[in-house]
Design a protein around this ligand. Structure first.
Ligand SMILES: [Zn+2]
Length: 184
């Protein structure tokens, strides 16, 4: 990158959220390591960043947000723009749809989504897990309390279900275990 361009980009203000509609400023935000498209060295880092950044709005707006985690041709990981689910109320379904909206030329590795603070929010739903199994992808879930992150690993499922052994396919990456298994 041109050094002058870098300096002038850093010199601009990005305090207003509406500025994110402009591609050049969105690119700046990506370089600074925030938001969809930011670069990570592992799928897990990208998944954690995606759901922890969205858990606040998810709880405040009482809806899920979700998207996908992907790997680019250079072996670097990121996550797609979050899609909002319907507002969760009245007992109807408010599950977010996982569009495989990763950029062209990248590999779709995982879904990510958040749960607002509703009943059963601390666990993946059956629909969440079935969707990840169908696509043979990992799943990252942000649940209340804010900052808690679960991971589903489809590669561990057969061993676990068939032989009743091995590591749990669902584990807690960070935050309180609440009866779950730590990923560590
Ligand atoms: Zn879910």
């Amino acid at each position: 990158m041109d050094g002058n361009a870098e300096r002038s980009a850093r010199g601009t203000s990005d305090d207003s959220s509406c500025e994110l509609n402009y591609p050049s400023l969105r690119k700046k935000r990506e370089r600074l390591g925030q938001g969809p498209g930011a670069l990570f060295y592992s799928m897990t880092q990208a998944g954690i960043a995606a759901v922890t950044s969205l858990e606040g709005p998810s709880i405040a707006q009482n809806r899920e947000f979700g998207g996908v985690v992907y790997e680019d041709a250079n072996g670097v990981f990121s996550y797609s723009n979050p899609q909002p689910g319907a507002v969760c109320s009245g007992g109807g379904s408010c599950e977010v749809n996982f569009d495989a909206n990763n950029p062209e030329g990248t590999t779709y590795l995982a879904t990510y989504h958040t749960h607002p603070n509703t009943s059963g929010a601390q666990e993946f739903s059956a629909q969440d897990i079935n969707s990840d199994i169908d696509n043979n992808v990992f799943g990252f879930l942000g649940t209340p309390p804010k900052g808690r992150v679960l991971m589903f690993n489809p590669g561990l499922l057969v061993q676990f279900n068939t032989f009743g052994g091995g590591a749990s396919p669902i584990c807690v990456l960070q935050g309180p275990l609440l009866g779950g298994t730590s990923c560590k």
